[in-house]
Design a binder for this molecule. Structure first.
Ligand SMILES: *Cc1c(COP(=O)(O)O)cnc(C)c1O
Length: 387
């Protein structure tokens, strides 16, 4: 286990991740499998431990966005099926085959190039069908037929799955969602035989319970214990347990006088004699300059960020004189806290997905299982295990 020496850290509660996977599993029909989406370092949580936890809790497959992410999981010894949701280079088809990584086929040209690089090795693929997201996938019957013809020639390529992605699943009662769903049914009928796995559902779709889940879902945001949207919060069929929280400690505390200025641009002026604390986190950690004005929690009280957020530090107005080393909760996993993930997202005028993803690699992750620390990841020190 590597250490860290700067008092700013993320806590990832793996028990909560496991509980969310189990709740989803209990909610789904028995024949629907869970593919745990661990792209982007598991939404900033740490892909290896999240993947292991999800698999132990009942997920049977994993998904990443990029090939490198899938390879990294293989390098760390994860053997479960992994689907790369994005497009890999056709040149890497052989490497994908070697590491038993399933790839997405979103157009015919990709497939014909990939067959050249495969040297006859076998490759598992899922066909991506674009039903209205407009991002990736085959759109017309002609394109699908071309791909199918290619597959009859290249028998080393195994069509294991077909999938689509919805653009508006997190907006309840959305007409566009039903149009996409109908289009998916229509497109699937173009395939002469059904691949083993068919999937269309992200977290929001999986929670809708309208029978259209086929036999696998792609579980992302709900696994991390966050709601897919504000509108869905009242409709959740089970309680979510948020896994991500971010903490720091006061490294400097001082009393300033009325009229004193704080930080770059001298944009903050103390109204009265105030206690100001310095916290060692800044925009290089993903704690963006726009966080100015947001209240973090210190000694159970809200403390507003005053003055501009710097690259590595920011200042907060303390409710009273507090000792150096006092814990500061920057992002809470408790939905009642003023610094809950969703409140941070609201302050930044964005969605909760963006918050854990944005906290950079410079902030170490502490992993908790069975209520105790089981590992720490700190990419800055990982190459020097002797510290
Ligand atoms: C990221 C992603 C998901 C997971 O979505 P959530 O809303 O986080 O559950 C599912 N499918 C695809 C194609 C994705 O890119």
């Amino acid at each position: 286990m590597v250490g860290f020496y700067r008092d700013t850290w993320v806590e990832v509660n793996l028990d909560h991740i496991a509980a969310n996977v189990r709740s989803m599993k209990a909610w789904l029909r028995d024949d629907v499998e869970i593919m745990a989406v661990v792209k982007a370092n598991a939404y900033g949580h740490g892909d290896y431990h999240v993947a292991e936890t999800a698999l132990q809790a009942g997920a049977t497959q994993l998904a990443t966005a990029f090939f490198d992410e899938a390879l990294s999981l293989r390098q760390r010894g994860i053997n479960a099926p992994i689907l790369v949701l994005g497009v890999i280079r056709p040149e890497e088809a052989k490497l994908a085959s070697l590491y038993n990584i399933t790839v997405t086929v979103a157009d015919h040209e990709w497939l014909s190039k990939a067959t050249e690089y495969l040297d006859g090795n076998s490759l598992s693929i899922h066909l991506k069908l674009d039903t209205g997201m407009g991002r990736l996938g085959l759109r017309s019957r002609e394109e699908v037929i071309k791909v199918l013809e290619s597959l009859t020639v290249h028998t080393n390529i195994k069509l294991e799955g077909a999938f689509t992605h919805y653009a508006t699943a997190d907006e309840p009662n959305n007409k566009y969602f039903h149009e996409q769903s109908a289009r998916f049914t229509e497109m699937l009928a173009w395939l002469p035989t059904r691949p083993a796995v068919i999937h269309c559902a992200n977290s929001a779709t999986a929670l809708r319970d309208d029978g259209g889940l086929y036999n696998m879902i792609r579980l992302g945001i709900v696994m991390y214990g966050l709601s897919p949207s504000e509108e869905m919060k009242g409709l959740l069929p089970f309680k979510l347990q948020t896994a991500f929280s971010l903490y720091s400690k006061l490294v400097h505390v001082k009393k300033v006088k009325a009229g004193d200025k704080i930080s770059y641009g001298a944009t903050y002026t103390a109204n009265e004699d105030e206690w100001i604390g310095t916290v060692p986190i800044g925009y290089a950690d993903g704690w963006l300059r726009k966080m100015q004005g947001f209240s973090v929690v210190v000694a159970d009280r809200p403390a507003p960020i005053v003055g501009r957020v710097c690259m590595d530090q920011c200042m907060i107005k303390l409710p009273q004189n507090l000792p150096i080393g006092t814990k500061v909760t920057l992002i809470s996993n408790d939905e009642k806290s003023p610094s809950y993930v969703d409140e941070v997202a609201k302050h930044l005028d964005t969605i909760n997905y963006e918050i854990p993803c944005s906290i950079s690699f410079r902030v170490p992750r502490m992993f908790f299982r069975n209520m105790s620390i089981m590992d720490v990841s700190n990419p800055i020190l990982e190459k020097n295990n002797d510290f």
